[in-house]
Design a protein around this ligand. Structure first.
Ligand code: G3H
Length: 230
């Protein structure tokens, strides 16, 4: 089954997000759909999973989402170091590692985002910095994102480029982290055209941002994702 992660960002009106969730709860969803609203809401929908956009570090701090909050909401998956968050808040990889440690310690499945640099070697270097010596014994999700595409609002990559990234990450994981069970997803202006291409290349799923604010606008993408999952 195809994995699809839908990430509403902070500029999307929250009432609109709640309406979208409610509409989706009545929709035909065949894909493994995970959705992160700006504010986590209880994970009690039947046809999709609510996930978190962020998870705090272990030390005492203020204004961030703790594992305890997620457990209370029955949420068990969280983004760890989403690329745009890292860039706009100037967060380095060391703090992302601390978030990952907290996720692993509290049984929260991490969606680890990579793609800070477009250079292929640097993608696996970034991944290595995050994964090194982390006690990962349960499945994780790795999201490669073409950050420039998200920022520019159009697909800036060629099929060859996203295939190279896919092959490079798979090869890197097999060689360096053979024991880690992971799904690899692709983000960066993914839509009804890009999703089948990502699937054909071998990505396990797609990461989709805040371009769709209603079920009606998302429906063409959902139809394609449902078909890919059948
Ligand atoms: O979290 C989502 C990613 O940033 C992708 O966003 P996008 O689909 O608008 O490119």
């Amino acid at each position: 089954m195809m994995l699809a992660v839908l990430n509403f960002k902070n500029l999307v009106d929250f009432e609109e997000q709640l309406q979208f969730l409610d509409d989706l709860s009545h929709a035909d969803v065949q894909v493994d759909l995970k959705i992160s609203p700006t504010l986590p809401v209880p994970n009690d929908f039947e046809n999709f999973e609510i996930i978190s956009q962020n998870l705090t570090i272990k030390e005492r701090t203020v204004g961030e989402i703790s594992p305890s909050v997620l457990h209370h909401l029955n949420i068990s998956t969280s983004f760890i170091g989403h690329l745009e968050r890292r860039k706009s808040l100037n967060e380095g990889l060391l703090i992302v590692r601390k978030r990952l440690e907290n996720a692993l310690e509290n049984d929260i499945k991490p969606i680890i985002s990579v793609g800070q640099y477009s250079n292929l070697e640097l993608v696996t270097e970034e991944l290595d910095i995050l994964l090194k010596d982390q006690p990962i014994t349960k499945p994780i999700i790795i999201a490669y994102e073409s950050l420039a595409s998200t920022e520019m609002g159009r697909a800036l990559y060629s099929i060859d480029e996203i295939r190279d990234v896919h092959n490079k990450i798979r090869e890197f994981m097999t060689t360096h982290y053979p024991a880690i069970d992971y799904q690899l997803i692709l983000g960066g202006h993914m839509d009804e055209v890009g999703s089948p291409i990502a699937n054909a290349i071998g990505y396990d799923g797609v990461l989709i941002g805040d371009r769709y604010h209603t079920l009606a606008s998302f429906q063409p993408v959902l139809n394609v994702l449902n078909n890919l999952s059948r």
